[in-house]
Design a binder for this molecule. Structure first.
Ligand SMILES: NC(=O)C1=CN([C@@H]2O[C@H](COP(=O)(O)OP(=O)(O)OC[C@H]3O[C@@H](n4cnc5c(N)ncnc54)[C@H](OP(=O)(O)O)[C@@H]3O)[C@@H](O)[C@H]2O)C=CC1
Ligand SMILES: O=C(O)CCC(=O)C(=O)O
Ligand SMILES: [Mg+2]
Length: 739
């Protein structure tokens, strides 16, 4: 990684990584011509695993440090936030490729195994985004994208007023109801300990926790008993109502708590199997947390396997219908913890008219189980709105952009190192060690807990809150749209945050702006009501709702969140440009391997790149970068107008075809602009060559489609093989590689 290069383009996983093989050579060729350097940083899951064992460079670490430099510009593509089954698959692939890596120690016994486990656990889950997000988030649909969605509406499933789809969430005992919060007056050090109810010595859960002045610190827990009772009720309710049982969690970002909750859900649908064979499954290391898929696969190696499998199948057959991820392959919602991720799964269901797939591949209503009630009400409010008013109409609906509090691992998404599965009943206490304007030993927060409960603390630093409020005011001013802070007066954390929001709004010039604070359900209703009238409403939210809303509203408005502009102004002056708001679309990889067709849309990359180049122009004093950016935006707008984005089916323009169109339009725009005569002159022959060969190039790209391809790996494919697959037009490559 060339650390001083103008732009750092991230090398990630799955579909975006495939697209990068085609798009990056174009980006580098165009940028080079304008004197802008573009280097890559490998932050893929495989790259991170190798770095964790010193078998490869720690490019994420370097990139994390660069986020604090004022002249850094990073383009961040989506990466796999690995669930344990994915991490294990990546390790197996790397081992088979000859890397000397230990297997994942499920039950570490030696010091060496514990060390290996700690390294792997640091790579697991959402281990990239929190490191790079040294700023708050500004996600919105650019005008050209919104205009395209209005003139080319995606299909929306119909909503019937009699739909039986609904959200089930807990009414007590969950993270929302147990939350307690304080604002830390002065910096200091805390400790988290558990005082067992049986009078035994306190257990130190976290020896030292540094806190900063003015930060919001909260603590809460999910009661295992309340969760199990709730899940048992939902299993029965789904069966009684004959709707599909579906469970929506974020086992990737909430990498400690949510896999545990997922495990409870797996056990809730198989109570008899676990009562009978739980001991055996434990002994074999087959954990409900890893999903039904891992259990069924693991049973192949166990002598009693067929018996257990029979029990599972019988119990599934007798229970409620479970929603399917892939009905053809028999993959249920409970097979893999990372297959159904709430931010994308709930909006896709709502876009589809409240339906999910059953085992026969038919669509059916669902009972969507979202155990913690902190944010579940948002989805229920959307469902109620759709039942009452029908599906939203992408041709007319307004937009709900987001300003999200995210910097410095804000709120729940930074809580993993403070989340604990409670080993014995007792009292968890957050205690002052020093500082904090309190006597050592003072208990700041405490909860009575039982064994199996999930306790966690979250931190929200003060400077990010102030920056977030400022960003909200800036966006409200720039757009004239009302900005609504989604804060829940029933939650201790949100009440503390409201105090800070009011304080920092007092520092801003807010004359003439419409700024409100509403609870999330009221905010959802208002935003939808306005959207139905074609009006825009900025949602100003915490970190989790940032994630949820930036899939929810784009998926309804634009059909996908891949088309979002996703800017993270870094607090020290750098710029992080995320590509879209969606993920790495694993399904797209399978389609490429089976039929050499990649339906991934790189629009998010195009939008992010233009903003990144503008940032380079400013922080590196390179005016031609701004010329590149303006021409790129013009090319992107034209790509949309002329409908050159990837289609979904063989024989049409796919990801590679859309890149070739973009290169043509970009070169033409550069040749025609008058701001930089040297660039115009440089690009005139390039534009001509691309025009003259365009028909042939597109034909070559379509010709390549329609048969299986081999790229030599999933998590770490062979670079040369993948490049050959992703760059099949010799005519196009010749132009890009030589100008
Ligand atoms: N910023 C980040 O790093 C993020 C990473 N992730 C990671 O991504 C993975 C998958 O997550 P998942 O929840 O399934 O969500 P995804 O957003 O990856 O996929 C859901 C669906 O959205 C559509 N989609 C998403 N992006 C595009 C695109 N650029 N072009 C066309 N269609 C697109 C696809 O629909 P269709 O099948 O109809 O084509 C896809 O199947 C996980 O490993 C997750 O951890 C998730 C979110 C953000
Ligand atoms: O980091 C992740 O796992 C996902 C991030 C995400 O979904 C988002 O930021 O929208
Ligand atoms: Mg998301």
């Amino acid at each position: 990684m060339a650390e001083r290069s103008d732009v750092i383009y991230t090398w990630t996983d799955e579909a975006p990584m495939l697209a990068t093989h085609s798009f990056l050579p174009i980006v580098q060729a165009f940028s080079r011509a304008a004197g802008v350097t573009v280097a890559t940083a490998d932050i893929s899951l495989a790259g991170r695993v190798l770095a964790a064992f010193n078998l490869g460079p720690d490019e994420l670490g370097v990139l994390g440090a660069l986020t604090k430099e004022p002249d850094t510009t990073i383009i961040k593509l989506p990466n796999v936030s690995a669930s344990l089954p994915q991490l294990k698959a990546a390790i197996a692939e790397l081992q088979a490729a000859g890397y000397d890596l230990p297997s994942y120690p499920d039950s570490p016994r030696t010091a060496q195994e514990r060390a290996a486990r700690a390294r792997y656990d640091a790579v697991k889950g959402s281990a990239v985004n929190p490191v790079l997000r040294e700023g708050n988030s500004d996600r919105r649909a650019p005008a050209a994208v919104k205009a395209y969605a209005r003139s080319h509406p995606h299909s929306m499933g119909e909503w019937s007023p009699t739909s039986r789809t609904r959200v089930a969430t807990m009414s007590a005992g969950d993270f929302r109801h147990n939350e307690r919060s304080v604002i830390i007056p002065e910096e200091g050090t805390l400790q988290i300990r558990l005082r067992p109810a049986n009078g035994a010595e306190p257990l130190l859960l976290r020896k030292e926790l540094a806190v900063t002045a003015g930060e919001v610190l909260d603590a809460t827990f999910m009661s295992a008993a309340a969760l199990d009772a709730f899940l048992a009720e939902q299993v029965a309710a789904a069966q009684a109502d004959d709707v599909l049982l579906s469970v929506h969690l974020k086992a990737t970002m909430m990498k400690v708590s949510d896999p545990i909750i997922f495990g409870h859900a797996v056990r809730a649908v198989l109570p008899q199997t676990f009562a009978r064979f739980g001991g055996l499954l434990d002994q074999e290391g087959l954990r409900a947390e890893d999903g039904l898929g891992a259990i069924l696969a693991g049973l192949e190696q166990v002598p009693e396997g067929p018996q257990v499998r029979e029990a599972i199948e019988a119990e599934l057959a007798a229970g409620p219908r479970i929603s399917m991820v892939d009905s053809e392959r028999g993959v249920t919602n409970l097979h893999v913890p990372s297959d159904v991720i709430i931010d994308a799964s709930m909006p896709a269901m709502i876009r589809g008219g409240g339906k999910l797939w059953d085992a026969s591949g038919a669509k059916a209503d669902t009972l969507a189980v979202i155990p913690d009630s902190s944010y579940a009400g948002v989805y229920q409010a959307v469902i109620e709105d759709c039942k009452a008013n029908g599906a939203l109409d992408p041709r007319t609906m307004g937009s709900v952009p987001n300003v999200g509090l995210m910097a410095r691992k804000a709120e729940e998404y930074g809580s993993h190192d403070k989340t604990f599965l409670v080993p014995v009943a007792g009292t968890v206490e957050v205690v002052v060690v020093d500082g904090v304007d309190a006597a050592p030993g003072t208990v700041l927060l405490s909860h009575e807990v039982a064994a199996g409960d999930i306790w966690r603390a979250c931190q929200t630093q003060n400077a990010p809150v102030r920056d977030w409020v400022h960003l909200a005011v800036t966006r409200a001013r720039a757009t004239g749209a009302p900005a609504v802070f989604w804060l829940d007066p029933q939650r201790a954390h949100d009440r503390a945050l409201t105090v800070l929001v009011e304080r920092y709004l007092g520092e801003e010039d807010t004359t003439g702006l419409d700024l409100r604070v509403l609870d999330p359900v009221a905010a959802t209703r208002l935003s939808l009501e306005r959207a139905r009238r074609g009006e825009d409403t900025i949602s100003v939210t915490g970190n989790v709702l940032r994630d949820y809303n930036t899939d929810l509203f784009p998926i309804l408005e634009l059909g996908t969140s891949a088309k979002m502009l996703s800017v993270v102004p870094l607090m020290n002056g750098g710029g992080l440009y995320e590509t879209g708001a969606g993920g790495s679309a694993p399904k797209h990889v399978r389609q490429l391997l089976e039929e050499n067709y990649l339906r991934w849309d790189s629009l998010g990359e195009f939008l992010a790149l233009a903003e990144a180049l503008r940032h380079v122009a400013q922080v590196r004093s390179k005016p031609s970068a701004a010329v590149l950016a303006d021409a790129l935006d013009a090319a992107t707008a034209r790509l949309l107008e002329e409908d050159r984005s990837p289609a979904r089916r063989l024989g049409a323009v796919d990801n590679r075809g859309s890149h070739a169109w973009l290169a043509l339009y970009w070169a033409q725009a550069l040749a025609q602009q008058t701001a930089d005569a040297a660039l115009a002159q440089h690009f005139a022959p390039v534009a001509r060559a691309l025009e003259e060969t365009n028909e042939q190039v597109q034909a070559e790209l379509v010709e390549a489609q329609g048969h299986p391809v081999e790229i030599g790996g999933y998590y770490r494919p062979d670079h040369a093989l993948t490049a050959a697959v992703m760059r099949p037009s010799a005519t196009f490559n010749q132009i890009i590689d030589t100008f």
